[in-house]
Design a protein around this ligand. Structure first.
Ligand code: CA
Ligand code: CA
Length: 264
């Protein structure tokens, strides 16, 4: 397909996209964890453009449509390591079309306490009246990468009862991004990882997007390309070798006891 036609089609789909590109966690729930060591990996996700995360670090905020929201829940204080890396993903768009995203994401992410509205409540989005009323007029969206932020939904209807629009609040915990810029992980290898020690029990959101600030140039031919992401969460602490030794000793003792019981 010719590039110009491809971009014309992309733009045509983007104009009808906003109603379906609200903040959701579909396919991006890492799960519920306690301090027992466990990991969860989520594939086949993609983000439009390579700048969504870092655009939220500046004074005019960022558009949350350019990031993907992940969630997880902790049932007790737990240490969590989050890792995101470039990937090719089989992505299904809002029309049900499946396509392959491309490599090249320079990932950045921020971790927050709190969740966006969940179905059946209407999803949050940047350009609803409540979102617009709760940020300065000159801003590009509600997303903020380095501090607390909020975003609202539209009024909804639940079982015949009108529910007013309300704000979702995200309390900033920390961030990390790939590359060599100030505050980055220092190595541009299309992956980034960070450990958050002893997070309190509760619900968390992670917003992931590109960290190439210049990629938002309208001259960038890849402005709206879908970049694939693989995300991994590791909860708890990897057991120490001594713990394994004790575990093995315990298992062999049980084996002896079971054998004795069978033979006795
Ligand atoms: Ca911005
Ligand atoms: Ca890196």
């Amino acid at each position: 397909m010719k590039r110009t036609l491809r971009y014309a089609l992309l733009l045509a789909s983007i104009t009808s996209l906003p109603a379906l590109a609200h903040v959701t966690y579909t396919g991006r729930n890492f799960g519920t964890f306690d301090s027992t060591y466990a990991t969860s990996t989520l594939t086949d996700q993609a983000v439009p453009g390579n700048y969504g995360w870092i655009d939220g670090t500046d004074s005019d905020y960022g558009d949350s449509h350019k990031l993907r929201a992940y969630r997880f829940t902790l049932t007790e204080p737990t240490t969590v390591t989050l890792s995101f890396k470039e990937a090719t993903s089989q992505v299904t768009d809002f029309r049900g079309n499946v396509f392959t995203s491309q490599l090249g994401l320079i990932p950045g992410f921020s971790l927050y306490q709190g969740l966006a509205h969940l179905a059946p409540e209407p999803s949050d989005h940047d350009f609803g009246a409540l979102s617009l009323a709760n940020r300065p007029a000159y801003t590009e969206g509600s997303f903020r990468a380095l501090t607390d932020w909020s975003i609202g939904n539209d009024p909804g209807n639940l079982n015949g009862v009108t529910i007013p629009a309300s704000l979702s609040f995200f309390k900033f915990i920390g961030n990390a991004y790939d590359g060599t810029g100030y505050g980055s992980d220092g190595t541009l290898d299309h992956m980034v990882s960070k450990t958050f020690s002893n997070l309190a029990a509760g619900d968390y959101s992670v917003f992931v997007g590109g960290a190439d600030y210049l990629a938002q140039s309208l001259q960038n031919p890849d402005l709206n390309v879908q970049y694939g992401i693989t995300g991994t969460l590791a909860a708890g602490v990897v057991p120490e070798p001594e713990t394994y030794a004790m575990l093995l000793a315990g298992l062999s003792l049980m084996g002896v006891m079971v054998r004795r019981r069978i033979s006795g």
